[in-house]
Design a protein around this ligand. Sequence first.
Ligand code: SF4
Length: 540
Amino acid sequence: MSMAERKQWKWADDPSLNKMELTKLEKDGLDVIETIINTYSKEGFASIEPSDMDRFKWAGIYQQRPKDGHFMMRVRIPGGIMTSEQARVLAKIAQDYGRDLVDVTTRQAVQFHWLTVDTFPDIFERLAAAGLSSFEACGDCPRQIMGNPLAGIDPHEVLDTRPIVAELEKFFLLNRDFSNLPRKYKMSVSANIYNAAHAQINDLAFTPAKKNIAGEEVIGFHVWVGGGLSAKPYLAKQLDVFVRPEEVVKVAAGVTTLFRDFGYRQKRTHARLKFLVADWGPEKFKEELIKLVGELETSGEDLTKGWNGGYFYGLHEQRQPGYYYAGLSVPVGRMNAAELIELARLADEYGDGTIGTCNTQNVLIRHIAKEKVAAFREEPLIVNRFKLKPDTFVGYAVSCTGTEYCNLALVETKERMRLLAQYLDEHIELDTPLRIHMIGCPNSCGQRQIADIGLQGIKVKTPEGMVEAFDVHVGGTLEVPQFNRKLNARVTVDRLGAFLVQLITFYKEERLEGEEYWRYVERVGLERIQEQVDSILQTA
Ligand code: SF4
């Protein structure tokens, strides 16, 4: 029995399956790609079957708010590294079909908006010709693989993970053995010692490790499973295994098989791998994994030394002497097509023709020769737009899509976060980064839980009617992994800027020298922050 037949057999007769499971059993998500090309693109938006609209995600496509015939498309950028040629193809798609808009996401992917169904065959072709794909960038399947955007040039990585990411991408993309998982499934692979790929918030993550095996020091990975955000966030748990680089694909296939075959398919809200891992625990998970993939070494020495937050601003020496990489700020990850084309030019003229995308919605230019650095600094795009040293708040602001395009959003986020960060930079001076993430609903695409200050949109009732507001969470970090915690503070949007200025002023006055916000919250305690909030709200 093939894996594909086995999964049909295992679930087909289960009466408790949720509606999406029945949709997937009736027709595999990947089958929608052909239907889009052969039917919907010709017959138009009105011809799309509702169940296929759900399957559009497997093509990397969602309906855009307000569901009037426009779509969002996400394109995979495996490991967060693309070529300048690929960037130009993406920019041209945005120009031709996407109203000139390009978003870099918190999983290092690229998103378009405003697409219509007739354009998809051409977009699929253009992407394929450039070695890119939107397929399985959404849906219940292995999605965009996160990685170290500096892989190959990083002075802080213990091995070059690019070939591993490429192998994983080749193995999982369009692999029908794994196209029907219980829910979305997110992987990361990085050998950067500062946890560049946010291991603990992925379903499956590989982090750098070493082990002495038979007298030889081997560099490889530790394995983490069951992380994820949304309404019930979990930090991934480490398995007691050490994996050699050549074993990564085998282990990833094993973990994904466990998720496919044992993951929960009754409630969509209880289907991510994190729930299975929480129930089994890492020991049982390891036992089951070994049954599938064979014996693995037990864990070795962890080589992770901290967390860089996914930020790389400035010009820094690479592993290769005489070469630099440039970490650039893209405010809330949004750019236009001309800016992406300009980035591609900079990558060609100054670098090695590659561009990195960061999980902080920023970008990198890689491999700039020392003698070109001075001219690079003077480039208008770098001076005026994608800065090497952005202002504190603009530089560390992350935002999800929000009501502008997202059907699940309760509030507007993207432009609001950009303006809020600007406002904070105008009203408060701070010499340490303070990471603020804004999200429009509990799904947490903007990774609210790991922010110093996480703002989660809600609607509140006021005498003037329902208004947009934010719940405030403080103290998130992956340095010593912990999610931020909610304060008793529901701040309406009209007061948000002034509220944050006051809150951050308390921190500025009370912090130790150079103390980051999450460390400050740890030191003074949540009660102290709540006191600050109460005093701000009372005097408002
Ligand atoms: Fe939409 Fe919610 Fe995700 Fe924001 S967090 S993009 S509002 S689903």
